[in-house]
Every structure is written in C-alpha cells, then in structure tokens.
Design a protein around this ligand. Structure first.
Ligand code: BGC
Length: 447
C-alpha cells in the first residue's frame, strides 16, 4: 500500500547501539581493556558504581537481538566496533577472535536482510593507546587508520556502510575539557589538540578506505541548533560562539577545509599550531553525513564558562526528558536544512534520535512509554518535513534499540525502545517499539 505522506521506498529504518554500551564481556576472547572499562572500574566515576561488564550481554545474545530487529521490520542496524577487541594493545597484534565476533554479527544481520551501519569509534579507545597519550598523540591518526584498514579488509565485502567516528565533539568536550566521560581529563589546552587529532584520524581512515573499500564512508556528528536566551547582543554573540564550538568545529574543517574563525580567539593561548597539510587529510570527500539529534541549546552569555563563554539555560515552557534535554522536534528539521545549506546537498542520515524517560512498570508486564512514543512521532514528522524542504535524508536510527549503559549515568537512564531487565536479560518490546514497527510498516504514512 502506498501512502501520500510516506517516506521514500528505499529509506533506511534503523536502530542504534554502541559496543561498550551493549556488548558486555569487554575482556572476552583476548580483548584488551578500553578507556571505558578502566573509567567505569575507577570508583566514583559512574553512577551507582556501574560498568559495562555485562550490559545487555549482546556479545552473546546478538542472534536473539537480531530476531527482535526483524520483528520490528528494521532494515538497518547501527553498531560500533570495539577497537580493543581487534587490537588488544591498540596496535600491532591483531586478535582474530575479536574479528570473528563482528564477522558473525554482520553475517547474521545480512542473513536477516538488515544493512550493517558500522561505526569504527564510539568512545572506547584501547587503554593501551591512552597510555601513549590517546587522542593527544599525533600518531593516533596512523593507529586509527591501521585499525580501520583491518576492519575494511575483513568486512567490506559484506557491503556495510561505514562511519569513522561517533560525535567527536562529545569525545573532546566530555573526555578532555569537562571530564565526565573517559578518559576524564579536565584540560583546556588538551581539548583542541584532541579535536584536531580526531579529525586527522577521520581523514586518515577515509583515505585508507579509498584504497581498499568499495562502498560508502562518512562520519557521525551531534548537532544542536543554538538559540539566544534573550535578544541582547551579548546573548546573540554567545549563540555564535556556542555554534562555532559545537556545530561547526568538526564540520567546517571536513567540508570547508578550515576551522571556524571564532575558535582560535576562544581557545586563546591553548590554540595549537596547525600544519596546513593536515587539512588536505581532513578535507576528503565523504559519501554521507550522519547526524545525531536530541535537543536544541539555549545559550546565555557567561564569561566564566570555558571556551564558549556561554551557559545553557532551560525553557520554562518546554517538556524535558529524564536527562533534562528539551523536547524540540522542529530543531531536527532546522539542523538538517542548515547542514544542506551550509555544506552542500549530500546524503544525510539521522544516526541517533531518542529520549530517556522513566518507564513505569505495569501489572501485566507490558512497558507503556507514551512520552517516548510522542517524542519519536514528533521527530519523525520533523524528519519528513526536512525531506519536504529538499533535504536528501536517507535514513533514521532510533537511539536506542535496547536500554543500555548510559555512560557516566550507568543504567539509571533508559533510552531503549526495547526494555532490558538487567537482572535476567529479558527483553520486552515497549509501546514505542510497537509504534516504530507500525511506522516502518506504513513507511511513516500514518504519522
Ligand atoms: C551517544 C550515545 C548516548 C546517547 C544518549 C549520544 O551522545 O552517541 O552513546 O548513549 O547520546 O546520551
């Protein structure tokens, strides 16, 4: 049946996860520790002392999870590879058993008719590389390209879609500037160095892919339209700074070949010397852009806030999720249109979108999550609106397939459309999963 309002016939309907958040067994079969293993095992850094040792046990239950994906009608699954399963010491020795896990996963997805969207880096750096300076060491571009090449040689014949990095801005802002995320540094001077090396590593992996790969490769960024807290010049200037730091810091070098002009003065004496040649590496053509969208940012001038000199304020009239994020669906349309206008019309995918809400237990064991259903409905409509506005949007992944390890918040916040009982590992489709299934079946025609 066709629907007037429906999404394109070849639209990708996916769900996303990441290795450390769902797999569990982080040291199994010869894997090395990642910075998240180390971080979550350091007392006091993760809520309730939780860690990813078991998580959703997806490492063992991936077949059953793929059966659930089929039940929902997904035609894409976005997941990430744990670098330290492949290179336990970060580089050098390759762990075949680590590769085997991802071979099995990708083969099972393919057999189920589900396109694998593979992210090479979703925050779980091998701890052994962190010991060598991690993202602060310029050699990391080569280490990452070597690891990426092994993955390309192993899995590209199964024709997945590749992404180099997930949310490099969060890696630096959370991992190097403010410290709530691994490796937990709080260092203004390190931040632009880590950012630049992430971009160089991205470029080096794209370059490596062109040598051996036949399919598509891109990067995933998180974007937020910025709004001023008031009409004052101070707040409008704060908006420009926050936008440069969060939205343009990574995209301008990739698409335009230079950093936003606002950044060097914001970093001041911490801004490093940057060899011109780096931008040739960074500015390579990518085949698509993945966008993670959760919320907008309302910014208020505040000279005491590092780098942006802007603080985030809340909108008293809005609905907020359990992570205190404003529900702002029109921001999704806006950011998709902005990307197409600023960087040119390239294929876009929403690689993450979703919300944490408390899902109250019911007597009959079902999980009713009307707030999440409403969030998804509104954001899917906003995605459709972007297509109507001429954006080349090719797919949507809900975050997340499963309730999982929400980084520093541990298991306290649930983003899944499938409920996970972490005691028994029982999966239960929430109302939002059933809603999404129906959206997929009707290609969004009834939204
Ligand atoms: C990340 C996910 C995370 C989600 C919700 C995104 O920033 O890519 O790993 O769980 O947001 O916080």
């Amino acid at each position: 049946m066709t629907h007037d309002n429906s999404f394109p016939a070849d639209f990708l309907w996916g769900a996303a996860t990441s290795a450390y958040q769902v797999e569990g067994s982080p040291l199994a079969d010869g894997a090395g520790a990642s910075i998240w293993h180390r971080f979550s095992h350091t007392p006091g850094l993760v809520a309730n002392g939780e860690n990813g040792d078991v998580a959703c046990d997806h490492y063992h239950r991936y077949e059953a999870d793929i059966a659930l994906m089929r039940e929902l009608g997904l035609n894409a699954y976005r997941f990430s590879v744990s670098w330290s399963r492949i290179f336990p010491e970060g580089k050098g020795h390759i762990n075949e058993k680590g590769l085997d896990f991802y071979r099995r996963l990708v083969d099972s997805l393919r057999a189920a008719g589900i396109l694998p969207l593979i992210t090479l880096y979703h925050w779980d750096l091998p701890a052994a590389l962190d010991d060598r300076g991690g993202w602060l060491n310029r050699n990391i571009a080569r280490w990452f390209a070597d690891y990426a090449s092994v993955m390309f040689r192993t899995l590209d014949d199964r024709q997945p879609m590749w992404a180099t990095l997930n949310e490099p801005w969060v890696v630096t802002d959370g991992g190097y500037l403010h410290g709530p995320l691994a490796p937990g540094h709080r260092n203004w001077f390190e931040t632009p160095i880590a950012a630049h090396n992430l971009l160089r590593a991205h470029g080096a992996a794209v370059e490596a892919y062109r040598a051996v790969g036949k399919g598509r490769i891109g990067i995933v960024v998180n974007l937020e339209p910025k709004y001023p807290a008031s009409d004052s010049k101070e707040d409008r200037d704060a908006l420009v700074r926050a936008d440069a730091y969060m939205n343009r810091q990574y995209l301008d070098p990739i698409f335009l070949g230079s950093y936003p002009k606002e950044l060097p003065p914001l970093f001041g004496e911490a801004w490093p010397p940057l060899p011109d040649i780096d931008f040739d590496l960074i500015r390579q053509k990518i085949d698509y852009l993945g966008i993670n969208y959760y919320k907008r940012g309302i910014t208020k001038n505040n000279p005491n806030v590092m780098i942006e000199r802007a603080e985030r304020v809340n909108n008293p009239r809005a609905v907020y999720t359990e992570t205190d994020w404003e529900v702002f669906p029109q921001g999704l349309t806006e950011i998709l249109v902005w990307v197409s206008d600023r960087y040119g019309k390239l294929p876009l995918y929403i690689t993450e979108n979703g919300a944490a809400f408390y899902d109250p237990p019911t007597a009959d064991g079902t999980v009713d999550d009307p707030l999440r259903v409403d969030y998804l409905r509104q954001h899917l409509r906003a995605a459709r609106e972007a297509i109507r506005n001429g954006v080349d949007l090719r797919g949507y992944c809900v975050w997340s397939l499963l309730d999982n390890f929400e980084w520093a918040l541990g298991y306290s916040k649930r983003f899944g459309i499938i409920h996970v009982d972490f005691e028994t590992q029982k999966r239960t489709l929430k109302a939002s999963a059933k809603f999404y299934k129906e959206v997929i079946r009707t290609r969004g025609g009834d939204l």
